[in-house]
Design a protein. Sequence first.
Length: 233
Amino acid sequence: MIYIYWKEVFMIFLFLSLVSVIYTWIILHTFNRLPYKWLCDYDAVFSAASENVQKLVSMRLYFFPVFLFTFLNIFFLFTSSFSPLIIFTGISMILLLIHISLSDIQYMIIPDQHILMIILLGFLNLNAHNIFSKLAGLTAGALPFFIILTAGIFLKKKEYIGFGDIKLMGALGFLLGYVEIFNIYLLSGLLSGTSFIILALLSFKEKNFKGFCLPFAPFITLSLFFCNFKQFV
């Protein structure tokens, strides 16, 4: 009996690992095929040579961390009693969040197209019982960062947070609701703050560290994973 049980567990593990490997390749491959205009500022000037400067992500460098993130999320989704809609939303969010994180790392840009897809997933999970939570989450997600951005511009003439991060948190707030977005705020702030302090201590002699910008989207992605988006309110 025990032998049969562990055999079934191993087969499930093997199947989900294979699915995760394939999905990881799809995620990285599709990111490298994104239109270059999606990864640029609104005021960017394009030419015939613009496509040649696109920074392709390295499969060798990113495959394992993306695979690990993908596998853990897929394992969680398929071993929990979720509805097909929740599973579809979760699988879609894996791709969207990894694309967003890679884009923020490579270009310091969060594509609007991915933000719109997250909002669309929020509408797919919308019902009469969670509409208030989602609207409150949209406001709670975007407003704090918007205040920080506005205060930085008016007081210091600096952008302390990117507008893409504001849109991302607003979209996630609409998808998850106000309770989860507060958890993500706290955890992403803790993770990014800790990472920044560590980097500052390791690079305190570097002259160019003063202007260093830390991509925030990867910390939002990790926070969403640690919060285990079990349901979409």
